[in-house]
Design a protein. Structure first.
Lengths: 193, 588
């Protein structure tokens, strides 16, 4: 099954290698990985998607936690969450087909972010299928797509959710284990809030 | 072991912030962490550190190969429970540590390895003796550091010690660039203290799980405790013993668990697994409850997983959440420090009558004692089992025995009965040949009061035999028993059983080990018959210095019982009842 892990990691050299190395060792291919700054200074947030057996989820999460630079890990599993991907697509244009592409962009609620006489760049945000959809339509005209750049998936649980670990860090507590564990069930309750 | 100039200045560093070089900061921090002995080998990129050593009350043992340094730090840690420290230079010095680091990783041993590296300005340029050692050791360390500023050294070292010791212990490597060793910084030991250790968030043993475990133990008819290395690392010997005695539960041990539960205890069944005692494996397969304490269901103790203890419910008490349900699905997981968990669990365990089950196990033992090679009369042949049994008998079981890897290691586990934790030092997880001699040197430094024996095969001994010179240079007393059968014995045994006796690359020519020892200035004796064993062991013990015994044992003996790979735990190859090798008129 597809696993989605969201992790807070220290913003230091080599941390990404440690995370990636864990999956390499398990011979698991990382389907998608996005990393960026989080709401906390010194901490990056990453979303990692991989294919692994259903039982592997707990062990991967436990192993990620064992990495010294990993502060928190959430296994999104089937919990209600918002997942988005950003794509930049550069398309070759002629004066004849330009308006046709404009229509497509409109339908997909994408944006044109660069335009020259020979090409234009589309920015599209959405779920994977939406991005795949636009790319598919653009591909109907051979040679029209010049470049595609996709961000990989970013995931955030729906509703109010904050992990026990991060809560403990905020409270300046040394022992996060004293906090109630954040079971995946939390999220369902969070969604109603 | 040498005298050190304990200067007042070296201690003053710990209380008063002082400006020091990075090299001095390293030693001062190690002193602060309680380090008294390190094992290492100098080289260009670590020279500033060596230059500063004379100012600090730390004894440095010069090894003959950096692998030896890592094993010594490892043996030091296993014998004492303290953190062992190894030092090496950049490049080949650092890469030579890797086998020793991996050995410590697989057996969860807390060591800290310090390597020098080229100056930070040339990092990544393939400078002379530059290697990416943090990259290389990433999968075989709990954590590692690349330090390029003098002010980062003290916090990294203190953090490294915390990581090495906390939760499930393991090795940590600190790579320090040469310019960081040479630069100066304000050294403030207190300020370098790491943030408090954060428990793994998945570590938990809540009331409901404890109640569930207690209920399983109460209602079990055929329970078995599986005792592992975690008992020793957690210091839970008393709690496990209380559990076993109160609920009358027999105990089977893993290789690294030997010593965690007294061998002479009536509830101790012995070692389980591939070369475990037959009755232990049968008991596990017949059990209706397994209580796994600080062990990880390694493939060497389970046999084929599909047929492993299928009738048993399983309680797993383990500090590392990543071990839960890894190999064996468990019914109750209590994730936490073993002694803490057992302290919570024990009040819920009432006394229990286990006599019926203990009687069943006694009957499973059956003719095992008859098959036991050590009980056969002397037929003129010398068996490793005799040698090890005699060493046990003569040392009163009180020695620290450090083994290498192979047949002799399994015979040691079977015939040397360990009453105390940390009295057997052996590479279990990685199975590192060449481990014994250097690890024994480390053990002797950790416990100079103890009698230390190396038991090694002729193959493994030759891998690190150069450390004999280290023994002489350090003037330490270690007794060495080489179980010499002229083969890489365990591999030969596999060839005999599974490769139609095709003894490819296993017959081995060795030097005369007694002469080799003599060349180092170490006394020795060759032993060929059973009658000579006791006298030779006594000669070694009473000699003032290190002593080597070269035991020329039966060439093609095998370790029994054996669970071959792919077999169920109870499907063991047993010692043939009438072994042609031991047949003689006396046998009747």
């Amino acid at each position: 099954m597809l696993h989605t892990f969201v992790a807070y990691v220290e913003d230091l050299p080599g941390v990404l290698t440690r995370v990636a190395s864990l999956f390499r060792r398990l011979n698991i291919n990382i389907n998608s990985l996005t990393v960026g700054r989080s709401e906390r200074s010194g901490l990056s947030r990453l979303t990692l998607v991989c294919e692994a057996s259903a039982e592997a989820g707990d062990r991967i999460r436990a192993s990620l936690f064992k990495l010294e630079n990993v502060v928190d890990v959430d296994d999104i599993a089937q919990a209600p969450a918002v997942t988005r991907e950003l794509a930049l697509i550069k398309v070759a244009t002629t004066p004849q087909n330009r308006s046709q592409i404009f229509d497509l962009v409109e339908v997909f609620r994408a944006r044109i972010v660069d335009l020259t006489s020979e090409s234009l760049m589309i920015e599209l945000t959405g779920v994977e299928s939406k991005i795949e959809g636009l790319i598919e339509v653009l591909r109907e005209d051979e040679g029209r797509i010049l470049e595609i750049c996709r961000s990989g998936k970013m995931t955030m649980r729906r509703g109010h959710h904050l992990s026990s670990v991060v809560r403990a860090m905020d409270a300046g507590l040394a022992e996060p284990a004293d906090q109630p564990p954040d079971a995946p069930e939390d999220s369902a309750a969070g969604e109603l809030e | 072991m040498g005298t050190y100039a304990t200067t007042q200045a070296s201690n003053a560093h710990l209380t008063t912030p002082t400006r020091l070089t990075g090299a001095e900061i390293l030693w001062a921090t190690l002193v602060g962490e309680g380090v008294t002995d390190v094992f290492g080998y100098p080289g260009g990129a670590i020279l500033p550190v060596y230059d500063a050593l004379r100012k600090f009350p730390i004894h440095h043992t010069l090894v003959r190969h950096e692998q030896g340094a890592a094993h010594m730090a490892d043996g030091y840690s296993r014998a004492s429970g303290k953190v062992g420290v190894a030092i090496a230079t950049s490049g080949p010095g650092a890469t030579n540590l890797v086998t020793g680091i991996a050995t410590a990783m697989l057996d969860s041993i807390p060591i800290v390895c310090i390597t020098g590296n080229v100056s930070s300005k040339v990092l990544g340029t393939d400078a002379f003796q530059e290697v990416d050692i943090t990259g290389i050791t990433l999968p075989v360390t709990k954590h590692n550091f690349l330090i390029s500023r003098a002010e980062d050294i003290a916090p990294a070292v203190r953090y490294a010690f915390q990581i090495a010791k906390s939760a499930r212990p393991g090795p940590v490597l600190i790579d320090i660039t040469k310019d960081a060793q040479q630069a100066t910084a304000l050294f403030d030991y207190e300020a370098a203290r790491p943030r408090p250790h954060r428990d793994h968030p998945m570590r938990k043993f809540e009331d409901s799980s404890l109640a569930c475990a207690a209920e399983l133990i109460r209602s079990a008819k055929r329970p078995v405790i599986l005792a592992g290395h975690g008992i020793i690392e957690s210091g839970a010997m008393e709690q496990v013993r209380t559990l076993a005695e109160r609920a009358q539960i027999p105990v089977g041990l893993t290789l690294l668990g030997l010593g965690a539960f007294p061998a002479s205890h009536p509830l101790n069944m012995g070692m389980m697994g591939m070369h475990g005692e037959a009755w232990v494996n049968h008991a596990i397969q017949e059990a209706d409850l397994l209580i796994a304490c600080g062990m990880r269901f390694d493939d060497r103790v389970t046999g084929t997983l599909a047929t492993y203890a299928t009738k048993a419910k399983k309680i797993h008490i383990e500090v590392d959440p990543a071990e839960i349900n890894k190999n064996v699905k468990v019914d109750v997981a209590l994730v936490g420090d073993l002694s803490e968990v057992l302290e919570q669990l024990l009040p819920r365990i009432p006394g229990r009558d286990g006599s019926a089950w203990l009687k069943t196990i006694a009957s499973i033992k059956g003719d095992a004692a008859v098959r036991d090679i050590k009980n056969l009369p002397d037929s003129g042949h010398l068996y490793a089992a005799h040698v090890i049994h005699d060493i046990w008998r003569i040392t009163g079981g009180n020695a620290i025995v450090v083994t290498d890897v192979g047949q002799h290691q399994m015979w040691e586990a079977q015939y040397y009965h360990h009453e105390q934790p940390r009295s057997l030092i052996t590479s279990g997880g990685l199975g590192t040949m060449g481990f014994a001699l250097p690890a024994a040197i480390g053990a002797k430094f950790a416990r100079p009061d103890k009698e230390v024996w190396v038991i090694a095969g002729d193959g493994g001994f030759q891998m690190t035999a150069a450390e004999l010179a280290t023994i002489v240079q350090e003037k330490i007393k270690i007794n060495i028993a080489v179980i010499n059968n002229g083969y890489l014995g365990m591999v030969r045994q596999w060839q005999e059983f599974f490769y139609e006796r095709n003894y490819e690359a296993t017959p081995m020519v060795s030097p005369d080990f007694v002469k080799l020892a003599a060349a180092h200035g170490i006394q020795g004796l060759t032993v060929r018959t059973r009658a000579e064993v006791a006298e030779a062991v006594n000669a070694a013990r009473s000699a003032p210095g290190a002593f080597l015994l070269n035991f020329k044992v039966e060439k093609e003996d095998s370790v029994y019982p054996m669970v071959s790979t792919g077999s169920a735990l109870h499907e063991m190859i047993r010692r043939p009842g009438k072994d042609s090798l031991v047949e003689s008129p006396d046998d009747k």
